[in-house]
Design a protein around this ligand. Structure first.
Ligand code: NAD
Length: 446
């Protein structure tokens, strides 16, 4: 499997040969991916743990699920879709592969976030270049060294490297680019794609608001929010980034959040095998600098040598505080006090459209109001992260949080061009006479 930027030329030749199109080929490659996940399970967990610290639970389950859903449905998804037509004609939508696609992945779930789009790219009959994140370097090395033993090297290649290598890679013409990462780099990718008029999917990030109404089960809210915020040490694109609630709810939530954090990670989360570390020093310092926002109500401890930041809750945070200026992407939960639901909705709508909006309330009318009056990539009422688990739901952003969608059949559709096809009957030419010139008065119906 190629590792250099120029290593993709042979992929175009393979694509043109038609090798990737038959169902049997696609299934064989997907099954090979399954063997990769199976054989390398321990090494993947080890590499992820080295990159991300302790991340038990953030394993390969999601990728396996996507693979199974795809293998079980591919035959059906690939079928031509027949549409309304005239007698004797054949009109259908062909699910055509794009060609040679590029998948650029981030570091926070370093296997899952390149594998799921790769599953869709293969299923849809494409050749693919995969560019894992250079920041999750142990996973990057594992993928670069071992994936080639499973996939067809004529059609699939891994390119390694950081900004410089990716910049060079993006100078090439691809037929589709699937990017997961930050909004600023998303802009760079889209600009590079525009030069070749290449379509893109951009799976980006941002600040996901979480509104907690006064009528809810505080214990359940605290457990569900703490799980979503502190999973993978907060380095999850759909983590609730900040809470919006009344001052009374903030008071009630504090002991409940403390109880949830202790339940999940024990009295000292630094010793918990289930609490991760910040991926590198740069991000550690960036997140630590946000702790001056509001007041530290829970946690706040840091250990630079380990890149440990305790599960932290910041109370009475102001919209102008540092924690509210950027996506936190760490184990820090600011609470911004608002008067009521209307103010929460105005607060959300005054900011870039997020990847997900969360709303908690025992009153389903409140949850529905937040859904109805805001806009975001996805929405989840009375829980966090769980909407991601359903491959029947499209996953993606809107506006600043991204463009396009994937998961389950949506991934297959993303990597397929819907080619509108009409296949006419060669005979019965007299029926065509009215559309040919000369346009006599009789033909024009005058
Ligand atoms: P990033 O944008 O810094 O990097 C993503 C990829 O782009 C990496 O492979 C990197 O090598 C490459 N890259 C970085 N700078 C580049 C440049 N100047 N030119 C070309 N390529 C470049 O993102 P990250 O730090 O790896 O990941 C964190 C971000 O990704 C967060 O914003 C998070 O919310 C978002 N994210 C989104 C999703 C999603 O599905 N929507 C999933 C995971 C992460």
């Amino acid at each position: 499997m190629g590792r250099s930027v120029s290593g993709g030329c042979h992929l175009r030749a393979s694509w043109l040969s038609g090798k990737t199109r038959p169902l049997e080929y696609r299934v064989a490659q997907l099954e090979a991916l399954g063997r990769f996940l199976d054989d390398k399970k321990e090494e993947i967990l080890e590499a992820t743990e080295l990159d991300m610290g302790k991340v038990r639970g953030a394993g390969i389950w999601g990728s396996l699920n996507e693979l199974n859903v795809t293998l079980n449905n591919l035959c059906h998804w690939m079928k031509d879709e027949h549409v309304d037509k005239n007698l004797l004609d054949s009109a259908f939508i062909r699910k055509d592969p794009y060609g040679v696609v590029l998948i650029i992945a981030p570091w926070n779930y370093p296997i899952h976030l390149f594998l799921v789009p790769l599953i869709g790219a293969i299923a849809a009959g494409n050749c693919a270049i995969i560019k894992p994140s250079e920041i999750s370097k142990n996973t990057e090395r594992l993928v670069a060294e071992t994936l080639s033993c499973y996939l067809d090297n004529d059609c699939f290649a891994v390119v390694t490297g950081g900004v410089q290598e990716t910049t060079r890679l993006l100078e090439n013409k691809f037929d589709y680019i699937f990017f997961s990462g930050s909004p600023p780099v998303g802009q760079i990718v889209m600009t590079a794609a525009a030069k070749h008029l290449t379509p893109v999917t951009l799976e980006l990030g941002g600040k996901n608001p979480c509104y907690v109404s006064d009528t809810c089960d505080v214990t359940n809210v605290a457990r569900r929010v703490a799980w979503g915020r502190f999973f993978n040490a907060g380095q999850t694109c759909i983590a609730p980034d900040y809470l919006l609630c009344s001052v009374e709810m903030q008071e009630k939530l504090m002991p409940a959040l403390r109880a949830a954090i202790t339940e999940f990670f024990g009295p000292n989360p630094q010793e918990s095998p289930d609490f991760g570390r910040i991926v590198n020093d740069k991000h550690f310092r960036r997140i630590r600098a946000l702790l001056c926002s509001g007041r530290v109500a829970l946690g706040g401890q840091t250990d630079e040598a380990e890149r440990y930041i305790a599960p932290t809750v910041l109370a009475d945070v102001l919209p102008s505080d540092p924690a509210m200026q950027e996506e936190i992407f760490g184990p820090v939960l600011p609470i911004v006090v608002i008067a009521n639901m209307d103010e929460a909705i105005d607060f959300i709508n005054a900011r870039p459209r997020p990847l997900v909006v969360y709303a908690f309330s025992c009153d389903s009318k409140v949850v529905n109001q937040v859904l109805e009056r805001t806009s975001s990539g996805g929405f989840c009422g009375n829980d966090t992260l769980m909407h991601l688990m359903l491959s029947s739901l499209p996953f993606g952003g809107i506006g600043n949080s991204g463009l396009g969608k994937y998961h389950g059949k949506f991934t297959f559709d993303t990597f397929s061009h819907q080619r509108g096809c009409l296949h006419r009957n060669m005979g019965l030419e007299t029926l065509n006479t009215p559309r040919y010139p000369p346009y006599t008065q009789q033909k024009l119906g005058l």
